[in-house]
Design a protein around this ligand. Sequence first.
Ligand code: SF4
Length: 547
Amino acid sequence: MVDEVQSNATPVTPAKPAVEKKETKAQKMERLKVEKNPWEHWDEVVAFAKEGRESVVPDWAGAYFKWWGIYTQGDGIGAVGGVGGEGKATEYFMMRVGIPNGILTSEQTRVLADLARDHGRDLADITTRQNIQYHWLTIESLPLVVDALSKVGLSPKGACGDVVRNVTGCPLTGLHKHELLDAAPLAKKVAAFLTGHPDFVNLPRKFKITVGGCPEWCNYPEINDIGLTAIERTVNGQREVGYSVRVGGGLSKEPHLAIRLNAFVKQDQAEDVCYKITEIFRDQQGSLRESRTTARLKYMFMKDGWTAETFLAEIERKLGYKLDPAPAETQPDDIYRDHTGVLPQKQAGLSSVGITVLRGRMDASQLHALADLADEYGNGDVRLTIQQNAIITNVPNEKVQALVEKINALGLHVEATNFWRGTVACTGTEFCKLAIAETKGFSRWLVDEMEERVPNFDQQLRINVTGCPNNCGQAWIADIGLEGKKVKHEGQMVDAFYFCLGGALGEHAGFARAIGYRAPATEVPVAMERLLKTYLKDRTQNENLRQ
Ligand code: SF4
């Protein structure tokens, strides 16, 4: 019957089956973020962990793990399609533990050390956001690690993923001789509110906040999505301390210095201002949700036509009131911002002892020893810095020398050479799936080489080694930035580094310039020796590498 009817009808060209469009990486991530709040589903991660590494990896795993600070190491979950994937679980994971304002108690430090020893093959890396990063965790160990952390008030929650990342700040907050205010309570409050809050689980991408009262801006407000820096003004003869606010800073492939808004943020307004800015970012649709590459606050200024004025007007609309105009501001010179060495605190008779941890890498016994030393010589605090170093605080002046000797015996340094002190390195190929070049071992070797080749180098030097253009190693703000590549050398593809020079923050802020020179990793020390010796020979008085 059907055939008869059809035979009398005008022949119809059969419709082509619809071609299913492949979901883009950004679309997949946006879908997954809407489907589930990963912070409410730790139990599924635990269940997955119980099944062990033989289990089939669910679609969501690679994405949602990040909300719990977990990345895969090498091939596996994240390697398939970047955000999810199928097949067998990868064997090992890395985990970042967020440490708001970088401040740890000795008890927390000991637990971090124990976990590194028991589950992380003895490694604990300090990151450039004051996190501790573990490697070599197995799927089975993930719940154990998270449980142990939570017992001492720590969590990996929000250390990765499209959320507010660890809220950073000056590690000497409350102690710095010249600070305008102690900003740690604000940093901790903002971190506690935004990390884990269901309203902030789905941002377009990662979002970085820093809050500081430090006059040296050691927390690099210029390269954060929100940078609050303490500032003072005088109203009717009364001195008042509040915050200056910058937005839209960031590095990665297209660096952008944060833009200062014409606002004086009173201390009791600061928390709300942070939330409203985060909401503005969260609620952006369009381009910020279509491409993961350009889903950062800075692109609202770089691509979408926002200005300091329109952005401030939007904050004020959301707040429901106007902020006072910003007073004049003195930006710090780009001096040492690392707070290492022995520094007298504002508390009479006490000093902080800043320890340079070359490329941020410690083993469990070093971390454990720092906790013990902090109890014995200080007030128990171990504070981590953005330059991948650590500080023991509240040390009575008469005990400083003994502490310094004990730190030196650990293979760490209080008074280090400019090379040791100034070198920062990202994760690199050792553990990072995106890396092009190895960085941590290279940096260690590079520092040894440079100490031998240019032993008389007498100025501050920031050497930032980054394993790929994503720039987690912050090469754009370095005196000498080294960005990992691969080149053919003597018939083999080998690690190499592109040089960029002259980056600075503060008063003379500007990004390092790529100079079009690259060298195989093995030849980098020779090139740097040439560069630094020429500089030493030709420099004029008061000149530095940025001039
Ligand atoms: Fe990995 Fe590249 Fe970031 Fe280094 S800069 S940690 S290699 S993504």
